[in-house]
Design a protein. Structure first.
Length: 94
């Protein structure tokens, strides 16, 4: 997940990335505190690339109206995202 600060004039500043491997209330609490601090400075904190699990946890604890989550990005033109096939030298065609 990427943390983005949005200032008064709409300028976005990427603050950094947060590790979502440890999804718990401490992470949600830290994000909520960061949002409150940003609002106190007339800024906003926007969360980009949030996993479905973290979205559900934020909704469960009732902070969906406090934390600003960017909409999920859809695959381009309906193409599914995935691992491309890797061909090794000497592999038969097809």
């Amino acid at each position: 997940m990427t943390l983005v600060q949005v200032v008064d004039d709409g300028t976005e500043v990427v603050l950094g990335r947060a590790d979502e491997r440890r999804l718990d209330l401490a992470l949600v609490d830290a994000l909520a505190r960061m949002q409150l601090t940003a609002r106190g400075r007339t800024c906003l904190l926007r969360l980009r690339g949030v996993s479905e699990e973290l979205r559900e946890l934020i909704e469960l604890v009732g902070l969906a109206d406090v934390l600003i989550l960017e909409p999920r990005r859809e695959a381009e033109l309906g193409k599914q995202l995935g691992v491309e096939k890797v061909v090794q030298p000497g592999d038969p065609p097809g």
